[in-house]
Write a protein that binds this ligand. Structure first.
Ligand code: AVJ
Length: 336
């Protein structure tokens, strides 16, 4: 059994509690996943290793870059539809996968405040640091808000969501994070979401849409090099977690649009032949000069197809909103 514990520095009080799912036992599963990824061809690493506390801070910087359109586009859609969402669902317990800074969630919290119902929010994030600071900020900003923060991966969290104290629930998954999953994984993940929900409960999802490759490639190759730093930081995180010796100066960032698979791919290209050891996994991997390690896919969706995939998993689209350029979409679904 996982237990409720308080994170040091935060007082566990009547408005805030924590569920920590990132235990040692989970870490050893993660090691297996890393070994498998590095044993594949091409070699890969799980993209959640972007998000240690430093990586989450870098991601926040990415969101503010002029080249990185997804965050502000989704934000602008939410600004115009948040109150409509609250009207459509009525009072809800909000649960967010990958809550990060909860920046966009504030628009929803504002909209639900207008309903004069109790405010319940359950942020879920792998990065405990950002989870903790964001929750503290929100508790100060929203005097009637109650929070149950969950530290863990999406899969862990979905399998053991805290008992709701408000019905129905609205599960929120913004930022096109769904795009990190391969098509099959995505379908399986949507099935898990549907399973976590009762019939009639809601799912709000934001996805990045297909568009001109130049726009996409620019978004992942920013001029300040923040995305490159974000990409390389994954090696630092992997080194720390598994006593590894990846040399960060022996890899360079590469991001491009794979037009056949409709996805941005982020890679780290090895500058020379090198052997890397992950001590705590008793694992070694050899890379050739020029060989690349894929750190992320970011799929770009075709809206009618995506809506059909949701429907096939028992998540019926109630309303769909896009921006004027059709770059990004928000879908409010209901579990059947
Ligand atoms: C948070 C996964 C949606 O794929 O656009 C940003 C992460 N990677 N720049 C994305 C990311 C490089 C982002 N997601």
């Amino acid at each position: 059994m996982k237990s409720m514990v308080s994170i040091s520095g935060i007082q566990e009080n009547s408005r805030c509690r924590w569920l920590m799912l990132n235990t040692a036992e989970e870490l050893s599963n993660d090691g297996q996943e890393v070994i498998e990824g590095l044993s594949q061809s091409p070699k890969t690493l799980p993209c959640r290793y972007f998000y240690d506390d430093f990586g989450s801070a870098l991601f926040e910087q990415i969101c503010d870059l002029p080249e990185y359109y997804p965050t502000r586009t989704e934000q602008s859609i939410l600004e115009s539809c948040a109150s409509e969402i609250a009207q459509l669902t009525g009072a809800c317990e909000l649960i967010e996968l990958g809550s990060g800074s909860s920046r966009k969630t504030r628009l929803l919290l504002d909209a639900y405040s207008q309903l004069n119902s109790p405010l319940r929010y359950c942020p879920i994030d792998v990065s405990t640091g950002i989870l903790k600071t964001s929750a503290l900020d929100l508790l100060q900003e929203y005097q009637t808000l109650h929070i149950c923060g969950v530290a863990g991966t999406y899969e862990q969290a979905l399998a053991q969501l805290p008992t709701p104290d408000l019905n129905p629930r609205l599960l929120i998954f913004l930022g096109s994070t769904l795009g990190n999953l391969e098509e099959q994984e995505c379908t399986q993940f949507l099935a898990q979401i549907r399973q976590a929900l009762q019939p009639g409960e809601y799912f709000l999802v934001g996805v990045d849409l297909q568009k001109a490759p130049e726009v996409l490639e620019t978004a992942y190759n920013d001029s300040k090099g923040v995305t490159a730093a974000f990409n390389l930081n994954m090696l630092r995180h992997v080194n720390r977690t598994f006593q590894g010796n990846f040399a960060l100066d022996q890899f360079v960032h590469r991001a491009f649009y794979n037009a056949i698979a409709h996805q941005i791919e982020m890679h780290l290209v090895s500058l020379q032949a090198q052997t890397v050891t992950l001590e705590s996994l008793k694992f070694q991997v050899t890379l050739q000069a020029g060989e690349s390690l894929r750190t992320e896919i970011s799929r770009k969706f075709h809206l009618p197809t995506f809506s059909a995939v949701l429907a096939a998993q028992g998540l019926r689209s109630l309303r769909i909103w896009t921006d004027p350029q059709d770059w990004f979409a928000l879908l409010l679904c209901q579990s059947v």
